[in-house]
Write a protein that binds this ligand. Structure first.
Ligand SMILES: [Zn+2]
Length: 359
């Protein structure tokens, strides 16, 4: 591996700088002898983050290693070099041994209520097993566990929370004792209210956040990953439920119709929002640019904040460095200033992962 030299406007500071990458793949702020210049103009960002995707999953469940690899490469080639995996039924730790594939922060397997989630996705348990299952998934992940907070309850004919609030709070407290953060899939109003009150660290989707819950999330610093590109599937979910579950279908259509207003209120209140695509279920990988654009245009995050939500701010939240001395050289460069036009994200000029040019 050879040393690299890059000159560009480095974000978020926005100043033209020279950076070097040493032969071990780390960022250096002083010249490295023999470095090859791979970039002499443009804009440079810490590698992008997809804070909610699923590597190793498709609409039917776990996939083989070749498909997993293709998913990871699709993300990498759009500059998404750090992926927070929000639950997969297969073990993807082999990806960690592949220097050409993005880094993954895993949440183990989705913890779902028995027969209350997509088949072949989750570890399905009853409430009295929740704490033990959180303990188990904590050992399979990289500092996160993922709950399915609500889903259609066929007896009620609507979304209902999957877990009694007190047991969910106990499971969150146990995860925190183990040094693990907890996130949850929440579409409706009740689950997110209960889980935020129970001390959860992050909410996925969050279409049912009400004004008082927004205020509570802002006060607690609870993160939100809206997966805005995914939410446009709600009308299809409603259509599938059809005449059998009319209350659920109407609820999903209403959540979809109001989602930009609801998520925008969270942005306004200062809830920390991060970019996640939910790729790997029904959506393809490689959509991080689209999600950043959606967070800006539809949810109302200012352009620079939307970029940070998929780069430096998300890295800080996940405990990973940006482009500082000694940081692993994971970076992406563009010919155009993405702050001026986020569509620039669709065309990375250069992608460097672990100090190697990969795209
Ligand atoms: Zn997901």
């Amino acid at each position: 591996m050879s040393a690299l030299h890059l000159r560009a406007v480095v974000l978020p500071e926005g100043e033209q700088r020279d950076l070097w990458v040493d032969a071990q793949g780390y960022v250096r702020t002083e010249p490295v002898p023999g470095a090859r210049t791979v970039l002499d103009r443009g804009w440079l960002l810490p590698g992008l983050v997809d804070a909610h995707c699923h590597v190793g999953l498709d609409e039917h469940g776990g996939v083989d290693e070749a498909t997993t690899e293709a998913q990871a490469v699709a993300d990498r080639d759009t500059g998404a070099l750090l992926l927070r995996d929000a639950g997969v039924p297969v073990d993807t730790h082999w990806v960690d041994d592949r220097p050409d594939l993005p880094r993954i922060i895993r949440a183990g397997r989705h913890i779902a209520r028995t027969r209350r989630y997509i088949r072949n996705y989750g570890e399905e348990v009853e409430p009295e097993q929740l704490v033990a299952e959180v303990e188990r998934q904590a050992t399979r992940g990289d500092g996160w566990v993922k709950l399915v907070g609500d889903w259609i309850d066929r007896d009620a004919g609507d979304l209902t929370p999957c877990w009694p609030a007190d047991l969910a709070a106990a499971a969150i407290a146990r995860a925190h004792e183990l040094g693990v953060r907890v996130t949850a899939h929440c579409f409706g109003e009740q689950s997110v209210a209960e889980l935020v009150a129970g001390g959860i660290d992050c909410i996925e989707h969050g279409t049912g956040i009400t004004d008082d819950v927004v205020a509570e999330m802002a006060r607690r610093g609870t993160a939100l990953v809206p997966t805005r590109v995914q939410l446009d599937n709600f009308p299809a979910y409603a259509a599938q439920a059809g005449e059998k579950f009319p209350t659920y279908a109407a609820h999903m259509r209403d959540l979809h119709a109001r989602c930009d207003e609801v998520l925008g209120a969270a942005v306004e209140a200062g809830v920390p929002v991060y970019a996640g695509t939910d790729a790997g279920g029904v959506l393809p990988h490689g959509l991080i640019g689209r999600e950043v654009l959606a967070l800006h245009q539809q949810v109302g995050l200012p352009a620079e904040a939307a970029l940070g939500a998929a780069s430096w701010a998300a890295r800080s939240w996940l405990g990973r460095p940006a482009l500082e001395e000694g940081a692993p050289a994971d970076l992406v460069a563009y010919d155009q200033d993405p702050r001026a036009d986020l569509r620039a994200l669709a065309h990375p000029r250069l992608v460097v992962l672990r100090g190697r040019v990969v795209a």
